[in-house]
Design a protein around this ligand. Structure first.
Ligand code: PLP
Length: 372
């Protein structure tokens, strides 16, 4: 038995390792807390990239969460297949992807699919793919509010791009998307000030568009660190798009203690070797737990002082005086530092309720390609 409150596993011995365990009650609690923070389901658009699982989507749908966000065409397909009404694919579509997305849209007429663009080229390519094949795709522009990853600065070029969405066949202007993953200061006050400044940028750009008669139906903002802040941003059409909180992880749990979420996806690992005193090897290589960010890849509740020494494909070497008291084959729980890439490393999830594995779920959109 492993007892590491709030995690309990009554009989770990028959379970294979490494495995990803989903503590279902904790996921349910995280989902409820998301809805509570968002003030209801209308302003919530959770990101599916964290779990890529149709079973988790069904838990959201059961709670009335109809709007969803994703990063890949496979995730969009999984969402539509699971019954989501409203899917925003928040990733630039290039190469064959505009065509793939249009084929997906045509196959699910009951689902509203949205896209985003951040350049005239991307808008042109999406327009060409959509024109005459599907109804106009509600299209947002991706604003760069300081992260510098994707997006366009909210300037004249962005204005012209948004205006072009009203003229390009196959597209229709839908709103603004602004992801502020760079606003991750652990200090809540500092983070709040920065997030409010980002909201101001988005609002003043929206006002400029509206003053020229352009419709702006939605403002999709942020991820986990700024979730509770944007949740109190009451502009019409404002939506929040956290992802990680669905499962939550050790990185966010330690960095943002202001967030009321609990890590709910843990790895089951075993001590496979003790090459020398004080040193142990676990079956938790980077094919089982995400290799980012730098530093410890997971937190081991049974070995809180463990130092992370080497991480390779199938091995994680740690050091702690406590490992000498553990037997070879000892099962341990590990809270991943970064859960989103970790969940994509596993095909199936073991669902734990009251200390027992009661079900298996699939990581549905783990592959890049489903049908489309
Ligand atoms: C565009 C976009 N929106 C939302 C999110 C969700 O952010 P978080 O993982 O902090 O919940 C991400 C995360 O990578 C993202 O890239």
């Amino acid at each position: 038995m492993i007892d590491a409150p709030p995690y309990q596993l009554l009989d770990p011995d028959p379970l294979e390792s490494p495995s990803l365990l989903i503590f279902r009650d904790l996921v349910e609690r995280n989902l409820d807390a998301m809805i509570q923070i968002a003030g209801g389901v209308d302003r919530l658009r959770p990101h599916a990239k964290t779990h890529k699982s149709a079973d988790v989507i069904r838990m959201f749908l059961k709670r009335g969460v109809r709007k969803h966000k994703c990063a890949t065409i496979a995730e969009a397909e999984m969402l539509a297949e699971a019954g989501a009404d409203d899917v925003l694919l928040a990733y630039p579509l290039v190469g064959p992807n505009p065509d793939r997305y249009v084929r997906l849209i045509a196959a699910f007429p009951e689902t509203t699919f949205r896209a985003l663009v951040d350049s005239p080229d991307a808008a042109q390519q999406l327009s060409q793919a959509a024109s005459g094949r599907v109804g106009p795709i509600p299209t947002l522009i991706d604003l760069d509010v300081g992260m510098g990853r994707t997006g366009i600065a909210p300037d004249d070029a962005a204005f012209t791009l948004y205006e072009s969405l009203a003229r390009l066949p196959g597209l229709t202007p839908d709103g603004l998307h602004a992801y502020d993953g760079h606003l991750n200061d652990p200090d809540l006050e500092t983070r709040t000030r920065a997030a409010r400044a980002a909201e101001e940028v988005v609002l003043s750009f929206r006002d400029r568009l509206i003053s020229q008669g352009l419709p702006v139906s939605r403002l999709v903002m942020g991820g986990t660190p700024t979730f509770a802040i944007h949740a109190s941003f009451h502009a019409p059409g404002a939506e929040c798009s956290p992802g990680t909180v669905t499962y939550h992880d050790h990185s966010y749990a330690t960095k943002f203690p202001d967030l009321p979420f609990t890590p709910a996806a843990l790895l089951l690992t075993r001590l496979v070797s003790r090459p020398r005193p004080g040193r142990a090897c676990l079956d938790l290589g980077h094919k089982a737990v995400a290799a980012d960010p730098s530093g410890p890849r997971a937190f081991l509740p049974a070995l809180p002082d463990a130092k992370f020494i080497v991480h390779s494909e199938e091995h994680l070497v740690i050091e702690s005086p406590s490992v000498d008291h553990l037997r070879i084959g000892e099962p341990l729980l590990a809270i991943p530092t970064h859960v989103c890439p970790t969940s994509a490393l596993h095909r199936r999830l073991l669902v734990v309720v009251d200390g027992r594995v009661v079900d298996e779920w699939e990581v549905t959109a783990r592959d890049r390609h489903l049908r489309f």
